[in-house]
Design a protein around this ligand. Structure first.
Ligand code: TYD
Ligand code: MG
Length: 456
């Protein structure tokens, strides 16, 4: 038995026999840490794992002979999760679910396990059986073929999985697992890497999908090396704000679908509830007729989403005016302010400007520019914009309003939700003008048009 110690980069997971200051593969400084690994495995010993599991070793096959089982998907019976996964769970895939502590990862996964009619193995290295039972009681659902197993040893887990032959495996969490072939502590880079690797091989050979919960570091990355994200098929991030009950499940990587999808849940006293119509929830009531808010007809993934953008423009008290944005790119805000100053002569220079996307949502869709601009003007001039009006358009540097993708879908959603008017770009929209929508479609070519139409 050889005792060996190696250095690992905590950022990307590369290995080096001696300490180095700068990682040659990811160029980060001071990321190397020493970990003691006891190498009792030669390659033959490792393949003994497969003998234990009585599994065939893979061999080259003709593509024609490969069964197309993997092309089918399992319905998780959770509409939001299905959407985020790209239309259901793929057989043999390994899915990493990341998120801050207390956000609801264990709840989401347990709920998935209890929803299924099929056999699910829920492995927990974090909580006792009783604690999980308590949570299941709280969620108030039952699946008589949901198995709980509290162990942290990957070999044992895979042995039990082999006996049980579940349809889905859930691991809570990867940072608690240990591989008997490696000596370092749970959660260390070499452990996380080894354990994920073993789970991945198991998933691929048995075709059982595995969900793996992973913790998040202070910087917001999934703890353990970036490498982890390379090994798994899908990376989901569960995020939310402590002040809101909403939780957003976001796809960061998906080998079987798009990465633009989001799933929205609300954390209730009885677990997570799917929010299938988020627009209604994200827009505040129009009782007070306050200025500074405008509604954007945005699209997240495949789903249209009406969002409220809120701006506050107020005279700067201390020297340099502040600019602050939540859920929106700060540089983009500065650019829109510059466009408003230059093209419309509106003076934001001596004002503090705060921008917020309501509901704690982050958007990258450029189509919300027009709503942001409308909110900024509304706040500066203290003119209320009706909540029956929404906007979809990108704003260019010369103040022109540019067309956005899938405008037809946005208009339909606005109509469905009972809006009166939607403002879009004049360009490339001749076709739309002729259609019969439930909502009045008005077209703008420049920001000046917006000033004239909405704020006159
Ligand atoms: P949990 O799933 O334990 O989070 P994670 O595994 O990501 O650390 O979620 C815990 C939080 O959710 C906790 O603050 C309690 C809350 N919660 C509810 O509000 N309602 C519920 O029905 C459940 C089960 C949890
Ligand atoms: Mg947990």
């Amino acid at each position: 038995m050889k005792v060996k110690s190696t250095f690992f980069c905590s950022n990307c997971g590369s290995e080096s026999p001696k300490w180095i200051g700068k990682c040659p593969s990811c160029n980060e400084w001071n990321t190397y840490h020493e970990e003691v690994i006891e190498k009792k495995t030669s390659h033959e010993e490792k393949s003994a794992v497969w003998k234990d599991h009585k599994m065939e070793k893979p061999f080259p096959k003709k593509l024609d002979e490969v069964s197309s089982l993997t092309a089918k998907r399992i319905n998780t019976l959770d509409g939001e999760l299905n959407r985020v996964l790209g239309g259901g769970l793929v057989y043999g895939s390994i899915i990493l679910v990341g998120g801050q502590p207390g956000i609801g990862k264990s709840t989401l996964m347990l709920q998935l396990a209890l929803n299924q009619g099929s056999k699910v193995l829920y492995v927990s290295g974090e909580e006792s059986e009783e604690q999980i039972k308590m949570r299941a009681d709280r969620i108030g659902r039952n699946n008589s073929s949901c198995y709980i197993y509290t162990d942290v040893n990957v070999s044992n887990i895979l042995k039990e999985a082999n006996k049980l032959q579940p349809d889905i495996i859930i691991i809570d969490s990867i940072q608690t697992l240990v591989s008997p072939y490696i000596e370092s502590t749970p959660g260390s880079i070499s452990q996380v890497r080894e354990c994920t690797g073993e789970l991945q091989r198991y998933a691929k050979i048995t075709n059982i999908p595995i969900f793996v919960i992973g913790h998040i570091t202070k910087e917001g990355g999934i703890a353990g090396p970036k490498l982890l994200e390379h090994i798994v098929d899908v990376v989901l991030q569960f995020e939310g704000d402590n002040h809101y009950a909403y939780r957003i499940l976001r796809t960061i990587k998906n080998r079987f679908g798009s990465t633009d999808e989001i799933g929205i849940y609300a954390m209730d006293t009885q677990g997570l509830r799917e929010i299938s119509n988020p627009s209604e929830l994200l827009i505040s009531p129009d009782d007070d007729r306050l200025s500074g808010s405008a509604i954007a007809a945005s699209i997240e993934g495949l789903r249209p989403l009406l969002l409220e953008t809120q701006a506050l423009v107020s005279p700067a008290i201390y020297g340099t005016p502040q600019r602050s944005a939540t859920g929106f790119d700060l540089r983009r805000l500065s650019m829109l302010l510059a466009v408003l100053e230059k093209r419309c002569g509106l003076a934001y220079g001596q004002n503090d400007v705060f921008l917020n996307i309501a509901g704690g949502i982050k958007v990258a869709d450029p189509s919300i520019d027009l709503a942001v601009v409308a909110a900024l003007i509304s706040s500066l001039q203290d003119i209320h914009i009706s909540k029956k009006i929404c906007f979809a358009g990108e704003v260019g540097l010369s103040g022109e309003i540019r067309p956005v993708s899938r405008v037809d879908q946005r208009i339909q959603e606005a109509g469905r939700l009972g809006f009166d008017t939607i403002y879009i770009s004049k360009y490339k929209s001749d076709v739309l003008a002729k259609k019969n929508y439930q909502v009045e479609v008005r077209m703008l070519s420049r920001i000046d048009d917006l000033l004239r139409e909405v704020f006159a």
